[in-house]
Design a protein around this ligand. Sequence first.
Ligand SMILES: C[S@@+](CC[C@H](N)C(=O)[O-])C[C@H]1O[C@@H](n2cnc3c(N)ncnc32)[C@H](O)[C@@H]1O
Length: 314
Amino acid sequence: MMEDKNTIKDKSLVLVYKNVDDIDIVPLDAEAKKIYNCKFGVFPHSLFVGKQYGAQIWSADHKGFIYALRPTSQLLTASLAHRTQIIYATDISFIVASLELKSGSIVIESGTGSGSLSVSLARAVAPKGHLYTYEFNAVRAEQAALDFKKYGLDNIITVTKRDAINDGFLHDPSIAKIAHAVFLDLPNPWNAIPHAVKVMRPYARLCNFSPCIEQVQKCIEAMDKSGFIEVKTYECLSKHYNIQPTDIKSLSEMTDFGKRKKFPSEEQKKEGESTEQEATDSKKIKKMKKKGMATPYHSERGHTGYLTIAIYPQ
Ligand SMILES: C[S@@+](CC[C@H](N)C(=O)[O-])C[C@H]1O[C@@H](n2cnc3c(N)ncnc32)[C@H](O)[C@@H]1O
């Protein structure tokens, strides 16, 4: 029998959507009688169990409602706590595609930061692959490990507290030459490149994210010295549109309206011609169906960083 993936089960992870800027990540535990509380009321976890992902759920005290969403990589990135600058969905999708990640890939990442990219890397390589992520800040490394456990990704991600620049990635000798891909998001990534090559298998890919072009230049020089080929730098910019229902006219309706070429003369107005015309127009407007109008999103993200992708052939 096909597994029903649309119904929320106990112990699953749910994103509690209150509004676009307020989404909580909630691991359900109805069995332990856990309760989720927010300004919209009291939600025993049992209220979620058996509902479909996307359902509107009213609080037990009828104060308000939330939506229970499926934890996609994009929504997790939008809802996780920002302890550092994070990598967003536009760059993430390009990184995952350029590194050619698939189930079974082994990826090395540093720094872990808030774990935004780590979540997508892990989901791309699951269930057979693995992500080794390195973070030298003890608090961030510990919090990231707790978050990955909460998201059910702890079997796919190993977080190591380590200075990737000074100590490299070989915390365990079995990691030598196993990586299909390495990703760097560090202030001085050029110093990590000689370490990266020690963990990369032949024809593995490296991707570096740097906000400034001067960092990109230094990184490319280091890649060149280490023997990388096919070095390419990209900047990903996306444009997000809001789609809203509106009374906007179609071209044919506009042409129809345009039939009244001249404004009515003062005499015509006196004779009531103008008001007749206005009444006809207003009837036509009422008859129009609402159409979707796309307007650019008000707070668009501009430059985030440059992505440099290269292949290590040895
Ligand atoms: C911009 S954040 C990474 C954000 C991450 N890509 C995300 O999407 O959430 C950079 C991280 O690198 C860590 N870091 C800086 N230098 C490091 C080093 N030498 N070794 C390991 N981590 C380092 C910082 O502590 C910081 O958490």
